[in-house]
Design a protein around this ligand. Structure first.
Ligand code: ATP
Ligand code: MN
Length: 461
């Protein structure tokens, strides 16, 4: 059976066809009834017109309303309407599942995204969430194509891990210890030897450390999987569960890393513009005016490179009051990031060489001993979309950095080992998949670009 997407592109035909889907709208008149039916394959619905030739058809039609699942049989005729080439002239209709209008929450009007989040089990049936769903799926494919075309190997890094990559205390703990009666050691500390893994474990905040293991054997790898952060911040760009893409390249310094990040983002934007034309037109018209032009602009642009030190200088010289004052050494807030990309660079910018104190232990120390080879890619409207670095590949320095940050080197014995055996300059970055979708679709809130958002106090569905 053909999907509606295909039917809409077909020529009229007398061959009998069947179409099944959910009713979006119904328009009843004396002798006919018009329906718009959608099956998720495209933004556009198929118009179906049925003659009320029999009492049986008439009775079925009475019970069909928005949201009902229906199967029609008929032929594909040229449509007199100007919105579509073809429409179905149906001679048979079967109501499969009713959707009583008194209670069906999705009526033919614009609902707020907040409201739709409360009915996440029905929201994929709306135009916007349907379009997001198709873009998300296409983009996943685009991610794999990009790396597979370039010989990167897809590595599945673990979801449960005992190493906290970011060391930022954002890890969800995984335990089978009884919470009400936790076994204790003599000093009162939790006795993790009795826990499932015999030591503290959590949900991964990044696949990077394990990704590095594979990069130092397979040269070019990437991961693409779920990532968890107990982010207590209630923002429009943070989730507790999100998907991250993390390439890692051996024999590669920060320059190669920046080049890959730029090439990757441009590839993804082009990919979606090419593969999701209708959906992108929709976002351009209804969600963010000028979206397509802005993406096209990025594809044709060259990303600006700026050191953190220069960025701070720009921010200090800015003719603007920031909520968070800027001085050398502070982490950049979203407002600063947006100013840099929107006002200073007027396009994507890669900020590099951040103070070591505000970045993770694994980033390579610069000769100035003050900054590390970090890079954040910032884009207009969103701020940070990618975070990455060249990794510290020198054993002694890595050991020092671990200790400086109060981490126990024994926990990182295998990570240190990689610097003892065949160490090599290597680099990588993480792209938040939802941030990419947000940027591409123009959707304001990250909760609306993932099917089932997990945030503070919210794990419904
Ligand atoms: P931010 O400062 O925005 O919290 P971060 O510095 O914590 O980001 P990284 O640790 O560098 O982020 O993670 C790499 C990428 O993963 C980020 O650039 C972003 O795209 C994405 N990301 C990070 N945290 C989240 C989150 N809580 N929800 C969704 N995406 C995230
Ligand atoms: Mn964060």
């Amino acid at each position: 059976m053909k999907r509606i997407r295909e039917l809409l592109q077909s020529d009229p035909t007398d061959q009998p066809l069947i179409v099944e889907g959910w009713i979006r709208t119904k328009r009843d008149s004396k002798h006919f009834c018009f329906f718009e039916i959608n099956d998720g394959s495209s933004l556009k619905s198929l118009q179906v017109i049925i003659d009320k030739t029999s009492e049986e058809i008439n009775q079925t039609i009475q019970r069909i309303s928005t949201g009902a699942s229906v199967s029609f049989s008929g032929i594909l005729a040229e449509s007199p309407g100007k919105n579509q080439r073809v429409e179905m002239k149906a001679d048979k209709v079967e109501l499969i599942g009713e959707a009583p209008p008194e209670s069906y929450p999705l009526q033919k009007k614009r609902h707020s995204f907040e409201f739709l989040r409360d009915i996440a089990h029905l929201r994929p049936r709306t135009n916007t969430l349907g379009a997001v769903t198709r873009v998300r799926s296409a983009l996943s494919h685009g991610v794999h194509s990009f790396f597979q075309e370039r010989g990167f190997l897809y590595i599945h890094t673990p979801i449960i891990t005992a190493s906290d990559c970011e060391g930022a205390g954002e890890m969800f703990q995984v335990t089978t210890l009884p919470l009400g009666d936790v076994p204790k050691q003599k000093k009162g500390d939790v006795d993790y030897t009795q826990d499932f893994f015999g030591k503290p474990a959590g949900l991964t905040v990044s696949g990077q450390l394990e990704g590095e293991i594979y990069a130092l054997a397979m040269k070019h790898i990437y991961t693409f999987g779920p990532t968890f952060r107990a982010e207590n911040s209630n923002t429009s760009r943070h989730l507790a569960e999100f998907w991250m893409i993390e390439p890692e390249m051996a024999f590669c310094t920060l320059d190669g890393n920046m080049a890959l990040a730029e090439e990757f983002l441009k590839y993804l934007f082009r990919y979606v513009l090419e593969h999701c034309g209708d959906d992108m037109e929709f976002f351009n018209q209804w969600i963010h005016k000028g979206l397509i032009d802005s993406l096209q602009g990025v594809v044709e642009s060259t990303f600006t490179h700026l050191t953190y030190t220069d960025a701070v200088r720009e921010l200090k010289g800015a003719n603007r009051e920031f909520d968070y004052p800027v001085s050398w050494g502070v982490d950049l807030q979203s407002e600063h990031e947006k100013y840099l990309t929107e006002e200073v660079c007027k396009g994507p910018v890669i900020v590099t060489d951040y103070p070591r104190e505000i970045k993770a232990f694994y980033m390579k120390l610069n000769d100035d001993e003050k900054t590390v080879r970090a890079m954040d890619v910032l884009v207009p409207r969103l701020g940070e979309i990618i975070g990455g670095s060249e990794r510290e590949d020198r054993y002694d320095l890595l050991l020092r950095r671990l200790k400086d940050q109060g981490l126990n080197p024994d926990d990182y014995w295998w990570y240190l080992d990689l610097r003892r055996y065949g160490s090599v300059p290597h680099s990588g970055f993480g792209l938040g998949f939802e941030r990419a979708i947000q940027y591409i679709t123009g959707m304001q809130n990250i909760r609306d670009v993932i099917p089932f958002p997990r945030t503070v106090r919210n794990a419904e569905f």
